[in-house]
Ligand binder design. Structure first.
Ligand code: 16G
Ligand code: ZN
Length: 580
């Protein structure tokens, strides 16, 4: 039929690169941009099929995040704004690697039958497209459009250059029937930020002059968008450096990934910034870390994702505590919202101890946003963060309706309303009422689809004003245990083998041979490795160490933590030798 011929014809314009096997990894497909035309074209088809299947709007983002500028990548946002369902990943892999048009068509045929996808569902098939500032993005976007238009009736909307979280936000909003343009995004973020600042306790309502935040935009899209957001939040004292309009190269010596891994100031920051509150975004602005430049060379104090998480958790817990006694007094149906915190094995041990000490429920998942996000949805309020700065706070429908009901209940018992006052900013009522309004504002400010550097930044800034605290005080919540990360390149496919020796002479050549369990904290295969790691770790005070195969590079990653930097380095090095 017509549909088949269309796919056969249009796919013949996008032959896959020879000898390259791509996989829809932790963050979609990623490779050197020159290899991706065919992949992105096929992901266009995939997105259209996903839209047909879910009868919803789907997102397609072209970005390689913090990777080098010559790389690019593509990933799909599901109807709720989250990552594409993992159940479709094997199909994505097969699609990307189909050698020719007829095999591509056969794959699609099979899949469409298996998934019961109907081509005349009577529903519009719409895909929102976004891209970061990479030069290769334009032509890859055209390839995506071609893929989409090879499915009859599918419509692509080019939303232009966006941060990854903006695109996810738009997809979610569209499917909820809410306002979903970029303007609406900025408006919602700035208005909820404003509400939080209006609700700051009186004692902390002091205007601090010259207390500005300085942000590194990684020479990418994040800095550009932050400038727009700043205009929406008039009064937000932010200085933005390293936008995409400067001379610097995307992610080169700049950006959240660089700052977090190297623990040095990004290019464009120096001695004149010593002691200032600084932050760094990654290339597509779905990660943020804060830092303070130290007087000695370009060293920094890193305020990472774990500390952002801790700041958020403290704030949310404080608001919930205001509401707790109210509920406990109730004789029937007291509501007890479950607050949960989700981390990965990379979370600094000191942060986990701090959070548990607050009485919070802390759980662990494997690395990768999709795992953390999924876990966080199990709570009424689920906060997740990776140490690298990707995270957000999820609110369940249940808690949102409880908060809305509480808001009404408290407003009706507050005299101000009866008297006809409406200036909430001046008389925002009781602490309980303020707590409800704050939580509602956070739920609108913080991106419910995916971790978002811009909304995270506004929430950090609002909480710092709220608590009257500085970045220094925040950084002192706990002291990070010294840590070291290493990576081991694995040998090429020809020599792939796994030899298991006794003691510490265990050799791993292929990263896929490493299988982990318990949120990547123990190695179950090859046998013997975990025992060897345990032996090493036991030699160090406060030692903790794990290895895992990377989901984005052909390497095995090693993480070690110990009482001193020397010990952490030494532990990491000796474990690296085990995995030689
Ligand atoms: C990707 C993930 C990030 C994870 C990182 C780990 C998304 C959107 N991003 O960047 O969450 O921390 O991969 O990389 O899922 P690795 O497996 O190479 O260590
Ligand atoms: Zn990113």
């Amino acid at each position: 039929e017509e549909q088949r011929t269309l796919i056969l014809q249009s796919s013949s314009d996008f032959p896959p690169p020879k000898g390259v096997k791509l996989s829809y990894g932790t963050a979609g497909f990623r490779a050197d941009a020159s290899l991706l035309q065919s992949t992105v074209y096929r992901v266009g088809i995939l997105a259209a099929l996903r839209s047909l299947k879910t009868q919803s709007v789907i997102g397609l983002m072209i970005t390689a995040s913090h990777n080098k500028v010559s790389d690019n990548g593509v990933k799909i946002a599901d109807p709720n704004g989250g990552m594409m369902s993992q159940s479709w990943e094997p199909f994505a892999d097969a699609l990307a690697n189909a050698p020719d048009p007829s095999q591509l068509l056969a794959l699609i045929d099979d899949f469409v039958t298996k998934e019961c996808i109907s081509f005349d569902g009577g529903h519009p098939v719409e895909i929102l497209l976004g891209r970061d500032t990479r030069p290769s993005g334009k032509s890859l976007l055209e390839a995506a459009k071609m893929g989409i238009s090879s499915i009859i009736g599918a419509v692509a909307h080019d939303m232009g250059v966006l941060t990854t979280p903006q695109l996810h936000w738009m997809v979610r909003a569209r499917n909820l029937g809410a306002k979903s343009t970029e303007y609406d995004y900025f408006l919602q973020l700035s208005q909820s930020y404003r509400s939080l600042v209006d609700l700051v306790p009186d004692k902390n309502k002091v205007i601090k002059l010259n207390d500005r935040l300085v942000v590194d935009g990684a020479n990418g899209v994040g800095g550009d968008k932050l400038l727009v957001l700043r205009d929406f939040c008039n009064g937000l004292a932010v200085e933005v450096r390293n936008t995409s309009r400067g001379q610097g190269v995307l992610n080169k010596g700049v950006g959240a990934d660089f700052v977090q891994k190297e623990k040095v100031a990004p290019s464009g920051f120096g001695i004149s910034d010593v002691g200032l509150r600084c932050a760094s975004l990654d290339g597509d602005a779905d990660r943020i870390v804060y830092f303070i430049v130290r007087p000695d060379s370009n060293k920094i104090d890193l305020v990472d994702g774990d500390k952002i998480l801790s700041l958020f958790a403290l704030f949310i817990q404080e608001q919930l505590n205001f509401l707790k006694d109210d509920e406990q007094g109730k004789t029937c149906n007291p509501y007890c919202p479950r607050l949960g915190v989700v981390q990965t094995a990379y979370a600094n041990g000191a942060s986990t101890a701090f959070l548990k000490n607050l009485g919070l429920e802390v759980v662990f998942t494997s690395t990768g946003v999709k795992y953390l996000h999924e876990k966080a949805t199990e709570y009424d309020i689920g906060i997740y963060f990776e140490a690298n700065g990707h995270g957000t706070i999820l609110f369940s429908d249940g808690i949102l309706s409880w908060l809305e009901a509480k808001k009404k209940e408290l407003a009706s018992t507050w005299k101000g309303d009866e008297l006809g006052f409406h200036f909430h900013c001046l008389f925002p009522g009781s602490e309980k009422q303020k707590a409800v309004l704050r939580l509602l504002a956070v739920s609108k400010l913080i991106n419910q689809a995916v971790g978002d550097a811009l909304s995270g930044l506004l929430l950090v800034e609002a909480i710092l004003v709220h608590s009257g605290g500085s970045i220094h005080k925040w950084n002192e919540l706990y002291h990070d245990l010294p840590s070291r990360q290493l990576k081991k390149r694995t040998l090429d496919a020809r020599s792939r083998q796994t030899t298991v020796g006794g003691g510490s002479n265990v050799k791993v050549v292929d990263r896929t041979a490493v299988v982990t369990a318990n949120a990547e904290t123990v190695v179950v295969q090859p046998a013997g490795i975990q025992e060897a790691i345990n032996v090493e770790t036991a030699k160090y005070r406060q030692g903790r160490c794990f290895i895992r195969p990377s989901g984005t590079e052909d390497v095995i990653r090693i993480y070690a933590e110990a009482a001193t930097q020397e010990e952490a380095d030494s532990l990491a090095n000796s474990v690296a030798k085990i995995v030689d």
